[in-house]
Structure formats: C-alpha cells, structure tokens
Design a protein around this ligand. Structure first.
Ligand SMILES: Cc1cc2nc3c(=O)[nH]c(=O)nc-3n(C[C@H](O)[C@H](O)[C@H](O)COP(=O)(O)OP(=O)(O)OC[C@H]3O[C@@H](n4cnc5c(N)ncnc54)[C@H](O)[C@@H]3O)c2cc1C
Length: 428
C-alpha cells in the first residue's frame, strides 16, 4: 500500500487526503496548528457562480466528499449577493468537526502541531520530513499543501503588519513551504501595480456585536447590505486577493454574510469609522483580531507544477490549493487537492497519472492558470471559478453550467465518472 504524506491540513490538504485514501493509500496529514482547514476556518462561501459547476464536476467524478460536507453544514443555501449567485455559506463552527470526523472515518492519520521544518533528500527524491519536535515522518510520495499565507515577516513587509489572523503564526510558528525547503524555485503573485502579494479580502465580526435588526436580517436572509455614508467610505479594492469581490458594491456598502460570524466582505475597515455606521456601533472583530488595520498577506511561494500537479524538479512531490498557482478559494483548493491526492498514488504505483480534460471547468482552470503564470500580466491576476477573469472565460467557453444532470452527463461522456472513487492498488 503506497504511503502518502501531506504537509498542511487546509482545504487542499484535506482534499488531497480524500483523493489519496480513496485511491487506496495510507495517508498522513501533518498540520502546523491544532486545527484543520487553515484559512477555511474563517471562510464559508461555496457554490458561487462557476464554483457551482466545479463542485458538481468533482461530485460526478467521485471526489466530492468535502463538498457534500460543506452543503450539509450550510447555514444558508442558494442565496445571492452582489455579483454572486446560487451561494451556499457553510457554518464555520460546524465545519471543522464534520471534516475531521469524515477523514477519521476514512482512516486518515492526522497529526497536529507538526510544523515541518526540515527535509532529507536523496538527490531529487524526498526521503523524510521532520517537524519542530524532531519527529521524523516518511512517505513514498509527499504533497505540499502549505498554502501561501504569511508568515509574519511577509505581512509586515508587504501588508499592514500582523493582523492576528486565524493562522496564529506567533503560537505555532509561521507557514513554511515544503517546496522552498527542498530548493524548488517558487513564484510570487503581484498586484496590478507590481507590488508583491495580495491581502485577504474578508474579515469576521462577532455577530452578537451587531444591532438586533442586522442580526435578524443575517439569520433570515444570509446577507445584509448596509450603505456606507460617503464620508466614512474606504477603498481597498485594488489590494484584494479575492478579485471576484473587487466590485464597486463592495466599496459603497458594508456587505455582511452569515457564516456563524458576520463575514465582512472587505480586507479591513477602520474600527472607529465602522462603529459610526448605524447598527454597527458595538462591532468587534473576530478574525483577524486587528481587522481594523489589516489582514493576512497571501500568494507567496507558489510551486511550478505540471497539470498532474506534480512539482517540477522534485521526483516524489505534488502540490495543491494555493501552492498550485494563483487559484483562490476553498472550491479551488478541494478540486486540486483531490487530483493531487489521486495522482500521488498513481505515481507511487507507477500507473499513468490523470490530467483532467479542458472540456471540464476544473481541467481548463488547472491548465489555463499554469499558462497564465508564465506572463507578468498573468501573475498580477488571481483565478477563481467564482468571478473576475476566469469566470469570464468559463462563460465565453460555455464551461459554466448550472444544470446538475447536464454536468454529471458531461463528466460521464468524457469517461471520468467516479474516477476518484476507485481503489487503484492491487489490494482493491
Ligand atoms: C480571511 C479569509 C477568508 C476567506 N474566505 C473564503 C470563502 O468564503 N470562500 C472561499 O472559497 N475562499 C475563501 N478564502 C480563500 C480560501 O480560504 C483559500 O484560497 C483556500 O482555502 C486555500 O487552501 P489551502 O489549503 O491551499 O491553504 P491554507 O488554507 O493556507 O492551508 C495551509 C495549511 O498548511 C499549514 N502549514 C503551513 N506550513 C506548514 C508546515 N511547514 N508544516 C505543516 N503545516 C503547515 C497551515 O497551518 C494551514 O493549515 C478566504 C481566505 C481568507 C484568508
């Protein structure tokens, strides 16, 4: 049975575990902190715009376990907010336990407080990795899902300083890229003005700190849109990692989404000014704690990779999620994670790996982003099924579909139905 070792337990790492364990591997996730899901702990937006199509494609391919968990833990389903349709919002309190239990049931070993700091190599092959407690972990193949956020020196240098976000670098040590540890020449995203990195685009307010009227509206509708008096407006659209929300509506209004907390769709907003807006007089930040000043910086240390998601230059290393390019979002992390997990097992078994066809939104996005990252202009954009440049492309190419039966038939006609739900080892 091949042994797959995953570094980083965000959405991409959890999905890679699903992909690898279903293909028949023994899987271990090594996670730096004491929780799974990484930045997904403070996310929640699913199925908006083209993410609906990608989600259903992955469900049809048999790797949709985590999407089904997100659907089952959604506080709101099929809602709309400016520029975004048919949105589900998962409950940030329920999601961790639901994912943890599912991985446990599948037999995935999860080791917390394991920050990988050292790697032993034999030429271009990884032999083992070591954490801060000097524990050594081996594997036939490794998957780097360490994300691209922080650590503090990047937030200090390229952002507004540490905003005390959910990644909790001071407590667990900052993100450390496996690719960088093994000498891969990694890439950095830029903003349209050429400066480095991008700031995370949303914060969480304690729901109970908002007026009763706003709380009730959020609970009932899932969305609250509150006009910002002109003298209080702040414009941070250009620095946002999530360009799908860089629309004027998000500058002119406070847009709140109910994920359990009130998800404020702005990278940061001065607290004193925020509290001058009617209904927000007592508002306080839950993530990042210093959401009045800044937010985490992301899109550092992306790996060069092929469309199988194998990292170029290292024999037994794959990547997924934000590591795999300028792909923003939980959906994007999950679909690349499942593919990397499955291909890592194929690689270990010396079987042909899977490249998803460009007739599918997932296959097209993986191939398109790789190409786009070869140009300076391409490096200044972010790609997501849910908006901006890549969603435009989906619509132009007819890849955006919302009829579930049509999406599943398309996957079947391409020969990919349930491809990620098959044990491919000889023990099958
Ligand atoms: C505030 C915020 C809100 C967001 N909201 C949404 C949303 O609503 N919907 C949406 O689709 N997207 C949202 N996103 C984007 C989305 O969360 C990410 O694009 C996606 O989840 C990235 O997943 P990932 O697994 O690649 O990386 P991450 O989530 O960054 O996970 C990486 C994991 O690796 C671990 N790690 C790092 N280094 C090491 C190491 N050396 N050893 C062991 N472990 C390590 C980290 O602790 C972390 O758990 C949001 C992002 C942020 C920051």
């Amino acid at each position: 049975m091949p042994k797959v070792t995953i570094i980083g337990g965000g959405w991409a790492g959890c999905a890679a575990a699903v992909g690898a364990v279903k293909a028949g591997a023994k899987v271990t996730i090594l996670e730096r902190t004491d929780m799974l899901l990484g930045t997904g702990l403070v996310g929640g937006i699913m199925r908006n715009n083209g993410r609906f199509t990608a989600t259903e494609e992955m469900i049809a391919m048999g790797g949709g376990d985590l999407f089904e968990i997100c659907d089952n833990t959604s506080r709101h389903k099929n809602i709309n907010f400016p520029g975004h349709n048919h949105v589900n919002l998962y409950d940030i309190a329920e999601i961790h336990g639901a994912v943890f239990s599912h991985l446990h049931k599948l037999g995935v070993e999860i080791i917390f407080e394991a920050r990988i700091e050292k790697v032993t190599m034999d030429d271009k092959t990884i032999l083992s990795v070591q954490d801060q407690k000097e524990r050594i972990f081996t594997g036939d193949v490794y998957i780097d899902t360490t994300g691209t956020a922080g650590p503090i020196n990047n937030c200090n240098k390229y952002g507004n300083g540490c905003a005390m976000c959910v990644l909790r670098c001071p407590s667990f040590g900052g993100r450390l890229s496996l690719g960088a540890l093994v000498g891969v020449s990694e890439m950095v995203g830029i903003k349209p003005d050429g400066s480095i990195g991008a700031m995370s685009g949303s914060c969480k307010l304690l729901k109970e700190s908002l007026s009763i009227e706003i709380q009730q509206l959020l609970t009932r509708e899932g969305v609250a849109i509150i006009a910002i008096p002109e003298e209080l407006a702040e414009n941070h659209l250009d620095i946002k990692a999530c360009q799908q929300y860089a629309l004027p509506d998000f500058k002119d209004n406070i847009i709140l989404l109910d994920t359990g907390h009130a998800k404020l769709m702005a990278p940061y907003f001065n607290l004193e000014r925020l509290r001058k807006i009617p209904g927000l007089e007592n508002a306080r930040y839950e993530d990042p704690y210093t959401g009045g000043i800044g937010n985490s910086m992301r899109f550092f240390n992306m790996s060069p990779r092929d469309n199988y998601l194998q990292v170029e230059g290292i024999n037994n290393l794959f990547c997924a999620g934000e590591k795999a390019g300028l792909l923003v979002g939980h959906t994007e992390a999950i679909v690349t994670g499942v593919l990397a997990g499955n291909n890592s097992v194929r690689f270990a078994l010396n079987k042909p790996m899977i490249q998803l066809p460009t007739e599918l939104a997932i296959g097209d996005a993986i191939a398109y982003v790789k190409e786009a990252m070869n140009t300076q202009d391409g490096m200044s954009k972010k790609y997501t099924f849910s908006g901006s440049a890549y969603f435009d492309r989906m619509r132009e190419l007819g890849l955006y579909m919302t009829n579930v039966l049509d999406i599943h038939s398309k996957v079947e006609s391409l020969g990919f139905k349930n491809i990620f739900n098959q044990n491919i080892t000889d023990n099958a």
